[in-house]
Design a protein around this ligand. Structure first.
Ligand code: SAH
Length: 350
């Protein structure tokens, strides 16, 4: 939650009931609450001033009674491939990054769920920041609103897809992420279809089970990257607490409860996880549930790893396809502006 400035609550942190009783207490009509909610969640307003169907005196009254914090774009960069990276400044000066990735038919927004990240996967730049704080649901929602405006300005199109693949681990900020998804998908909010949203996780077993229990509608991607548990531990320390047994049980549970096919993300790193033997282990790992595999090209960071040579990728794919697995090769976008997967980092925020 935001700190309460001068004891005032943030307009986006009060319930509809609280808003109604506030309005009644100042002699306003109840239906004003729905008008305000529409400004907040449907029109994505960032100030009371914009709420043009409210009287000036009500707007001033709201202004005096509530805070209204919102994220702002503080900087952006454009890649030669059309990808645009944005820096968002939050109410306390912290910063996170988001990316817009256009293709012929889509505009995908990649958004952050935390400032920094606690996981410290050794190939990922965000991990070098450490964990700073969780984002509030409004801060996740604001990234969508701001990026959608940018998508219209720059590509003449609304956002069609969202991936929770920016900074942070969404399942370690579960409630705020779910609330942001509810607002983005609600007909009273942004109305985006849940099937156009992907939540990507390093594999937090209790979080995956919770998704299953909550009947989670969007897609789920697992950043597996290595199907050999001991080897994965070396570069993804989270494996120590989220071991393969727990992880696989959670994935089976998710599939049983929701019927979902899980997307497996697999970063191809030279001489580490890219042999045919590694492909065989991946095939075995995925036996208990249906999957689609995305092989991701490694984007350079300061970690010093190298991406797999094409020959290794080809043999890896051949093996998986011989086992009838669905495999896509994902070439990265926005590398020249450090906007690609694993390259998001904003230093000096501690
Ligand atoms: N914490 C979540 C959300 C981040 S998604 C998760 O782990 O899924 C960011 C994706 O980019 C993850 O799959 C991550 O493993 C991957 N990634 C990290 N560093 C990368 C790099 N240098 N090159 C390509 N992908 C990378």
């Amino acid at each position: 939650m935001h700190p309460i400035i001068q004891n005032m609550k943030d307009i986006r942190h009060i319930s509809q009931e609280e808003l109604v009783s506030f309005l009644l207490s100042i002699g306003e009509k109840k239906f004003r609450a729905s008008q305000i909610a529409e400004w907040l969640w449907k029109k994505g307003a960032a100030s009371f001033e914009e709420m043009s169907n409210l009287s000036q005196s009500l707007r001033s009254r709201l202004q005096e009674s509530f805070t209204f914090t919102h994220a702002e774009i503080s900087d952006h960069r454009q890649s030669t491939d059309g990808t645009r990276k944005y820096i968002f400044r939050l109410h306390d000066g912290k910063q996170v990054e988001g990316v817009l990735i256009p293709t012929e038919t889509r505009v995908t927004a990649c958004i952050s769920s935390q400032v920094g990240c606690a996981l410290r996967c050794s190939f990922c730049a965000t991990g070098t920041m450490g964990f700073i704080r969780n984002l509030d649901f409004t801060e996740i929602f604001d990234q969508f609103i701001l990026l959608d405006k940018e998508a219209q300005t720059n590509y003449n199109q609304h956002i069609t897809n969202i991936v929770y693949m920016g900074m942070g681990e969404p399942l370690l900020n579960y409630d705020a992420v779910m609330r942001s998804i509810a607002l983005i998908t609600s007909p009273n909010g942004q109305g985006l279809s849940p099937s156009r949203i992907t939540l990507s996780t390093v594999g937090i077993a209790p979080g995956i089970r919770k998704l299953a229990d909550d009947g989670f509608k969007p897609e789920v991607a697992l950043s597996l990257h290595c199907a050999d548990e001991l080897k994965r531990r070396q570069r993804m320390p989270v494996t120590e607490t989220q071991n393969f047994e727990k992880l696989r049980e959670a994935l089976v549970y998710l599939h049983e409860k929701t019927g979902k096919r899980i997307t497996i993300e697999y970063l191809m790193l030279k001489n580490w996880n890219d042999s045919v033997e590694d492909a065989r282990k991946l095939f075995r790992f995925c036996q208990p549930f249906p999957v689609k595999i995305n092989l991701i090209e490694y984007n350079s960071t300061e970690s010093g790893y190298e991406k797999s040579p094409e020959e290794n990728v080809r043999k890896f794919v051949e093996f998986l396809e011989s086992k009838n697995m669905v495999v896509n090769i994902r070439h990265s976008r926005g590398k020249d502006i450090d906007a690609a997967c694993g390259q998001l980092v904003k230093k000096g925020q501690n």
